[in-house]
Design a protein around this ligand. Sequence first.
Ligand SMILES: [Mg+2]
Length: 376
Amino acid sequence: MSLAAEPAGLPGGGSEAFGAAPISAIKTRVVSAPYRRPFRISSGVSNELISLVVEVHTADGDVGIGETSPMTAYTGETLAGVQAAIEEHLAPALIGRDPLDRAGAHVTMDAVLRGQQVAKAGLDIALFDLAGRISGWPVHALLGGSIRDRVQTTWVVGLGTLDEMAAEAAEYADRGFMHLKVKGGHDPAKDLELIRAVRAAIPADAELCLDANEGYDATTALPYLTKMSAAGLTLLEQPLPRWDLTGLVRLRDRLDVRVMVDESMHSLHDALEIARRGAADVLNIKILKVGGLHRALQIAAVAEAAGLAVKVGSMPELGVATLAAVHLAAAVPGATVAADLVGPLMVDEDPLAPTVFADCDGWIDVPKRPGLGHDV
Ligand SMILES: [Mg+2]
């Protein structure tokens, strides 16, 4: 029996009794905004944040708006590929379905197209926004509730000179950001100097995370990481290549600093394997890389079962996808590591949610309006 064999229509009993007419149309459009400063990580530099807005319409005229953004060097998906995946494969499979049946939507999407989590995430976010607007509930209520009224965010410092990076970290710490993440990964000796410089520039009780974006090997990096830990590094993100879970276990055994996986964890199955192997203390759950909020919540449950903390990460993305991350971080009890809600703060003006993230001091209020809480 195939779970995917359901015909179009309203499988699973349907939600017509709640006033939800079937999905009638799915549309996409590209939006972009220039970065305030070019964003540089170990895989390259970007001048512009480019996203795809995804609209899901029902036959009654209700609309849910989602957003997705491929960050190609990281996910392997491209903007054109994501758009084609949605328009040519996923939308035809979802049209006619019950818009409130999000679990069924994932079964259907996985049946017609393997992988392509970024494309599926855009649709998943739009379906959550739509369900919230139809029901009158904010998205966090659909995710189980809101155990936080506001969510703390990290400031992420892209690659630059040591002086530039320390100055930027200090600037944002002054604005109230008590979790600073710096990018590194090219050279552990230079990163040790960076950690010392940034640590000296920010408050003693601020969290300091280094994201090496897979740049180290365990043997070379270990002595430097030991010194970084002594110098006040409190969180180490993806130090090793994504496949090297054995190396991550080795680092965890030898370091006092918490280890977080990002590139190693793109699915529920990755999360389970990392938990089984003891390869991390923290899972970085990015809604776009795991296929949406539905999958993110499942992964958070694996983390909880394994005693792992959660960071709600980002690609980065603009305001709609970032709002989805705010609702997730509000709803997941184990999301105790500050989230990365920085995309809208990295552009001159966010075209999707210009007011929600303006003048951020390190905290974002959780929207109480139906759906995600944007005006797109
Ligand atoms: Mg990362």
